[in-house]
Ligand binder design. Structure first.
Ligand SMILES: C[S@@+](CC[C@H](N)C(=O)[O-])C[C@H]1O[C@@H](n2cnc3c(N)ncnc32)[C@H](O)[C@@H]1O
Length: 247
């Protein structure tokens, strides 16, 4: 098969945070496949086709991208941030596994991007400097009980926790439940970073102590980093960090 499939991450927003490898793959692609909000970030090129879809139609989008590559197209499947972090890379591999054996000989490459948690952490200092985990708070693809168990165990293990998809109109209460669990497990005032629209002109960073953290401080363009017991703000600066040694 002559088709190619690049599964790539655009980074969190700024073109400066998009890798040269990703820029090249976007230039070379005959077909772009992705959620329309992400495709809107890419400059139009004559002759390049765009296949947009709803953000929930991941498996459909992944299958379609593989079909196009099997027909000989050079396809780029686009995610924000990193394609392997709560994004399209897994969906493509699920579709590959379920699809015709011939798809397995396609040239497929995953191209990393700067994930929202890394851009947010960098702009605030270094809150992910020691052990941390990332949890997707959306209950679209897993039950709420699993999310809550993972939050509890992560807090008990004293990880810094990066929360993706923290809050939506359909799901206004998940983050409130997450904060309640962390407060129950850790009765201290560890800092919480709300990082909205990182690396875009609308970027807004806010750090509050855990007892003051409220779900209303986040939306779907926010990544929330709940510090570990060691995470702290350096007085007189805007910086938040977690030291590299454990307590
Ligand atoms: C479906 S996930 C995709 C994550 C993406 N693959 C990544 O690695 O950043 C979407 C979530 O990522 C976070 N996110 C993406 N871009 C962001 C940005 N520029 N600033 C803050 N959070 C962002 C938000 O939590 C949002 O709800």
């Amino acid at each position: 098969m002559t088709g190619r499939l690049a599964i790539l991450g655009l980074g969190p927003g700024s073109p400066d945070l998009q890798t040269p490898q990703v820029s090249r793959a976007l230039e070379e692609a005959t077909d772009l496949v992705g959620y329309e909000t992400y495709l809107a970030r890419i400059a139009e090129r004559p002759g390049q086709r765009r296949h947009t879809s709803d953000n929930r139609a991941e498996f459909f989008r992944a299958t379609y991208a593989l079909e196009l590559a099997a027909e000989g197209c050079r396809v780029a499947v686009v995610s924000s941030g990193d394609p392997g972090v709560f994004a399209m890379a897994s969906a493509v591999f699920e579709a590959l596994e379920a699809g015709p054996p011939a798809w397995r000989s396609l040239a497929i490459e995953v191209m990393p991007g700067v994930s929202a948690m890394f851009a947010a952490a960098a702009h605030a200092g270094a809150p992910l400097g020691h052990d941390f985990c990332a949890i997707n708070l959306s209950d679209n693809l897993k039950p709420q009980a699993v999310i809550e168990r993972r939050i509890r165990l992560a807090a008990e293990a004293d990880f810094a926790i990066a929360c993706y998809n923290p809050r939506s109109k359909a799901r206004p209460d998940g983050l409130t439940a997450a904060f309640a669990i962390v407060r129950e497990v850790c009765a201290d005032d560890r800092p919480v970073l709300f990082a909205r629209a990182v690396s875009t002109p609308e970027e807004h960073l806010r750090i509050v102590p855990l007892p003051e953290a409220r779900a209303e401080m986040a939306d779907m363009r926010t990544v929330v980093i709940i510090g570990s017991s060691q995470t702290r703000v350096i007085a007189g600066t805007r910086f938040l960090y977690t030291p590299r040694s454990a307590a």
